[in-house]
Design a protein around this ligand. Structure first.
Ligand SMILES: NC(=O)c1ccc[n+]([C@@H]2O[C@H](COP(=O)([O-])OP(=O)(O)OC[C@H]3O[C@@H](n4cnc5c(N)ncnc54)[C@H](O)[C@@H]3O)[C@@H](O)[C@H]2O)c1
Ligand SMILES: [Fe+2]
Length: 403
């Protein structure tokens, strides 16, 4: 009875969120796409009159020389660059503060993020901290920024998080063993480039995990109770593109067309979930990131089939539609069968990519705290199709214990 009342309350809050996101109609970045588009973005940055730019990235990409053409172009155009390459996967508050100190010391007026979701998110928060009086932790949650952040440009090198178009930045807080999101429409970058050329060196296991993250965004947005016509179009198209291209690019990273399609899919999935939200997959996966440093996409890929099995009774027709756009319909199947085939396909893709069905480091003694944190995140932020109480969540997480 108490749980039913709670669910009613959460649904009531979600209606307000839905009305809010529809009214706000979040802006999108000015988009450059295709091979070489990262250089077009550099030209655009120079034209806006930026003289000193903080480039936020990670040490792996610097070592690979991935940024060299962009840095050379910016130099040619008279833009001074200051490099901060201290971002690591699942970026922490401490890394953000180090980047912020550099931005202030060097008086940079704008930021260019080049990298995966970790670099783009870190850059978002550095930009927000530079102009707002509050701490990173204080800005956690919805609409907590007071002032506009520094102008941000983004070049994703994974396909992926969709962070180049979302209102979110996810931060790790190791002192409190948690990951939390800062969500504000003003965090959406001003302009972004989807350049598949930068993605051809992405190793197969990261291609797979980040691609499954994009798929999770599309799926969770599509089955969300806060989805609407515009988010449905983007989520379905993202699912179609991922189902047609992810396996190809995992096998052949140099498939430029496949890479471009995955970059577009990630962007579209980002558009869908920035309005419709995500769900329990993310809420649980964030905790696997916080507790055991499981990379975000990998955590989502592992959790997704379990959550979809649980959610299916309340979203069978929607899962069936995802199966259809994913090319799984042969003809004559019921929605129930199609929904099952969609979940089975996700399990098959995971197996093909070498993604495990269990979380190696998961400890049974952590499960109650993980369930509490996941439900807290989900119930105040996501319009999930089928709510779960704590024992149900603990049971679901327990299924991912390795032996
Ligand atoms: N802001 C959002 O809306 C949003 C959405 C989902 C996830 N996230 C967050 O994004 C982060 C994960 O980002 P990610 O999955 O893109 O990975 P990532 O940025 O953590 O990068 C993963 C690894 O891939 C490497 N890499 C990236 N691009 C490469 C390339 N082209 N070639 C070779 N190596 C490359 C990086 O150096 C890094 O070692 C997590 O913190 C997650 O919570 C944010
Ligand atoms: Fe994600």
């Amino acid at each position: 009875m108490l749980f039913k009342l709670q669910v009613l309350f959460f649904k009531f809050i979600m209606v307000f969120l839905l009305i809010g996101t529809k009214i706000l109609n979040f802006r999108k970045p000015e988009l450059f796409s295709g091979s070489g588009s990262s250089l077009q973005l550099c030209d655009h940055i120079a034209k806006t009159g930026v003289k000193k730019l903080l480039v936020v990235t990670d040490a792996v990409l610097m070592k690979l020389g991935l940024l060299n053409p962009m840095l050379a172009r910016l130099k040619e155009l008279g833009v001074t660059t200051v490099i901060f390459d201290g971002v690591e996967p699942n970026p922490t508050i401490a890394q953000i503060e180090t980047g912020l100190a550099l931005l202030k010391r060097e008086n940079c007026t704008a930021i260019l993020a080049v990298g995966g979701g970790s670099s783009i998110d870190a850059a978002k928060v550095i930009g927000a901290r530079a102009t707002n009086p509050h701490s990173v932790r204080w800005m956690g949650g919805l609409f907590r920024l007071i002032f506009w952040p520094k102008t941000l440009y983004a070049v994703p090198t994974t396909a992926g998080t969709g962070s180049e178009v979302t209102i979110a930045a996810v931060v790790s807080d190791p002192e409190n063993t948690r990951k939390f999101a800062i969500m504000d429409p003003r965090l959406v970058p001003t302009a972004a480039a989807l350049d598949p050329q930068l993605m051809i060196g992405l190793p197969p296991h990261i291609t797979a995990a980040t691609g499954m993250d994009a798929l999770t965004h599309a799926v969770e947005a599509y089955i969300s109770r806060n989805s609407f016509a515009a988010t449905d179009v983007e989520a379905l198209e993202a699912t179609r593109l991922i189902m047609q291209n992810l396996e190809k690019v995992v096998k052949n990273g140099a498939d430029l067309e496949g890479r471009a399609n995955m970059a577009l899919a990630s962007f579209k999935a980002g558009v869908a979930f920035t309005s419709a939200g995500v769900g329990y997959v993310h809420a649980i996966a964030h905790n696997f990131g916080a507790y055991y440093h499981v990379p975000h996409g990998l955590a989502n890929a592992i959790v997704m089939p379990y959550v979809l099995d649980y959610s299916k009774p309340e979203c069978t027709a929607r899962l069936a539609r995802l199966a259809e756009v994913g090319g799984l319909k042969k003809g004559g199947e019921s929605d129930e069968q199609l929904a099952d085939s969609f979940i089975a396909k996700i399990r098959a893709m995971n197996a093909e990519f070498g993604i495990p069905t269990k979380v190696e480091k998961l400890k049974s003694s952590d499960i109650p705290a993980i369930a509490t944190a996941a439900l807290k995140e989900a119930h105040w932020t996501y319009a999930v199709p089928r709510y779960m109480d704590k024992p149900t969540c603990e049971n679901l997480v327990g299924k991912m214990l390795a032996a």
